[in-house]
Design a binder for this molecule. Structure first.
Ligand code: CUA
Length: 404
């Protein structure tokens, strides 16, 4: 069964490789023959051109061989096409809604997300449409590229395979932010998928307001960092005085909770000066979600839970490959309860007792071999020259790993 499922990708590749191979062979052959003819039939060697009337063998060959090649190309293309179009009957169904400039995935239970979460080793059928213009759902890894068309349903399917992440792109020019209409297919182990369906755990690191903004695709047009995308940035949005246009009249309003709710639900009513009337009203945002978003703005958009930034750094710098966060041993000491742990270490050739206070931890990150903790090998850890800010974030992360 599984072999049939990965077949689509293989068949598309076969068609590509066959056509590419044939084209390359012909290019090579023609070039070689041309060069050979230049010498063999040059004027010097053949002062009198010969007049050839006909050659049955040559004529038959150059008719039959290309015909076979063309039919073979068709056969590879056709089987690949069929494999891409025939979704297995037991496929998990996800609806895809494209809009300028984000993807929305709607699952069988009504859940939505801006990334496509699927369980591993599962055939997934995507029923797709667009709410505005034509986009094209493109996942190179699965060899699928299908237009999404307003007022029409198209589909594609793929076999998710092992847990991993794959890029989703828009392959049909759809306006200013076309190139940024990106997302991911996130293939997770089956148990994790069930957990995600039940609890939304996958995004538990993020505050609720941010999740709502992501879910409804707001961040594709509004930045969080003050930069301009299409609409005004969310940064410092709350509690400002802005000039808006209402029925052609200019007026100044305060961006408080009331104003922001209206701006989200009925964006066309008051357009902030300098921007165009482009935003679709967030009809699908529930009253509860709306409150969460307003709270998020009001609270200064605190982006992450305590320590989340440091956790990201630890992950991105590769620290977690050698240091666990749960007390287990990998290569180096665990980060769990690391702060203020009492250690015996070798320092300048002598055994010393130290306390892993903040100064010690910073020193150990910058000069890992300054103190080599008993039971571990020196010379294993590269030194990291992190900025003060990153160091601070890391320390904060470690402090969240400390039992009270
Ligand atoms: Cu959507 Cu290009």
């Amino acid at each position: 069964m599984e072999n049939n499922l990965v077949d689509a990708v293989n068949k598309v590749d076969q068609a590509f490789l066959f056509i590419f191979g044939v084209s390359f062979a012909i290019l090579f052959l023609i070039t070689a023959v041309t060069i050979w003819f230049l010498f063999r039939y040059s004027k010097k060697r053949n002062p009198v051109p010969s007049d050839i009337e006909g050659n049955v063998i040559a004529e038959t060959l150059w008719t039959v061989i290309p015909t076979i090649l063309v039919f073979a190309m068709f056969w590879f293309g056709w089987t690949g096409y069929k494999a891409l179009r025939e979704a297995p009957a037991d496929s998990m169904i996800v609806k895809v809604e494209a809009r300028m400039w984000s993807w929305k995935f709607i699952y069988e239970d009504g859940r939505t997300s801006d990334k496509l979460y699927v369980p591993e080793n599962t055939p997934v059928k995507l029923d797709m449409t667009s709410v505005d213009v034509i986009h094209s759902f493109y996942v190179p890894a699965f060899r699928i590229k299908m237009d999404t068309v307003p007022g029409m349903q198209t589909y594609a399917w793929f076999y998710s395979g092992e847990a991993s992440q794959y890029d989703i792109l828009c392959a049909e020019y759809c306006g200013t932010r076309h190139a940024y209409m990106l997302s991911k297919v996130v293939v997770v182990p089956k148990e994790e998928f069930i957990k995600w369906v039940e609890t939304g755990e996958a995004d538990s690191e993020k505050p609720g307001g941010l999740l709502v903004l992501e879910k409804h695709g707001c961040l594709d047009c509004h930045s969080m960092d003050g930069s301009e995308i299409v609409g005004p940035s969310f940064r410092d949005m709350y509690g400002r005085d802005v000039t808006v246009l209402e029925n052609g009249r200019e007026l100044t309003v305060k961006t408080d909770g009331e104003y922001l709710k209206k701006a989200i639900k009925d964006p066309a009513a008051q357009i902030v000066k300098g921007y165009e009337d482009m935003m679709p009203p967030a009809d699908e945002m529930t009253a509860e979600e709306l409150e969460t978003v307003i709270e998020f703005f009001e609270g200064g958009m605190v982006m992450e839970k305590k320590g989340a930034k440091g956790a990201k750094i630890a992950e991105n710098e590769g620290c977690l490959g050698c240091h666990s966060t749960d007390g287990s041993e990998i290569v180096g000491p665990s980060f769990k309860n690391m702060i203020d742990r009492k250690l015996t270490a070798e320092h300048m050739g002598k055994k010393v007792e130290v306390t892993a206070d903040i100064r010690y931890i910073i020193d150990s990150i910058k000069n890992p071999d300054d103190y080599v903790v008993d039971g571990y090998d020196g010379g294993m850890m590269p030194s990291y020259d992190l900025s003060d800010e990153d160091m601070k974030a890391l320390i904060e992360f470690f402090s969240t790993l400390k039992d009270e």
